[in-house]
Ligand binder design. Sequence first.
Ligand SMILES: NC(=O)c1ccc[n+]([C@@H]2O[C@H](COP(=O)([O-])OP(=O)(O)OC[C@H]3O[C@@H](n4cnc5c(N)ncnc54)[C@H](OP(=O)(O)O)[C@@H]3O)[C@@H](O)[C@H]2O)c1
Length: 267
Amino acid sequence: MRLQDKVIVVTGSTKGIGAAIAKVCAAEGAKVVVSGRSKADGECVLAQIVQAGGDARFIQCDVSNVDSVRTLIEGTVQAYGRIDGLVNNAGVFPRVSLLDVTESDYESVMEINVKGAFFCAQSALRYMIEQHCGSIVNIGSTHWRMGGPTQPVYSMSKGALHTLTQHIAQHFCRKGIRCNWVTVGWVLSDGEMDLTRSEGHNEAYLQKMLPMAMPSGRFQTGEDIAMACVYLLSDEATQVTGTDIEVTGGFKPEAIPTIDLSSLQGK
Ligand SMILES: NC(=O)c1ccc[n+]([C@@H]2O[C@H](COP(=O)([O-])OP(=O)(O)OC[C@H]3O[C@@H](n4cnc5c(N)ncnc54)[C@H](OP(=O)(O)O)[C@@H]3O)[C@@H](O)[C@H]2O)c1
């Protein structure tokens, strides 16, 4: 029970990695707010938590809408009286090469991955400052420095999130707030599998790529990522801020020799 009675919001926890983070936090004693756009998926995660004996609520939220974000954070404080932790997990990762990115591709990734996390942090910080304590965890990616050939906007969005992590860690530490980053390696989440299938591949294809890509010999799971979040949200980490925990199994996307040059042909 490393998060006993802590109130924790996990954005994008209706499925994938976020759902695993919400469930593990609840199993560690937290009061968890599950959120995302899909009410049906959110209520399914909520039911699993409650069935396992956890305490949770679902608050619908589209992080790309600032009013919706305020409703999420205010709704959390109304329900539980405080907010101890925020996991900025909601994210999208379409694969489009730089020369093919449209304005709407660009805007949708930035609105969710950057603007969403920014305003979630801003709304949560207002309460955390009053409490003089709080922990924000931003879910990052190995792609944040440069990214693969079909992820220019996604990579930039994670780069911006990395900067936000450092900004909050540095400038809000004296107000009792910590902010850290977890680098995710490669998780076969709902979103990752949908994307893989949409590109005409299946899990067997990914498993074939595994020995080449992943030094640890297996893909990471949502629970692997959740355990790093639990540590950063817990009182074990009260002196940890501005750090990066890599839960990547040694994965480096640039080491995969599968660049699809055809997708980079100029227009
Ligand atoms: N899977 C990987 O290998 C991998 C690697 C590196 C980093 N990551 C990062 O891990 C995070 C989670 O990814 P995942 O693989 O678990 O993806 P996923 O299975 O597609 O889940 C994404 C979650 O984000 C939510 N979401 C999407 N747009 C949203 C919006 N506008 N407002 C609120 N919630 C929204 C979705 O819920 P709704 O559809 O209900 O809104 C869903 O719960 C992302 O930040 C991603 O960049 C993943």
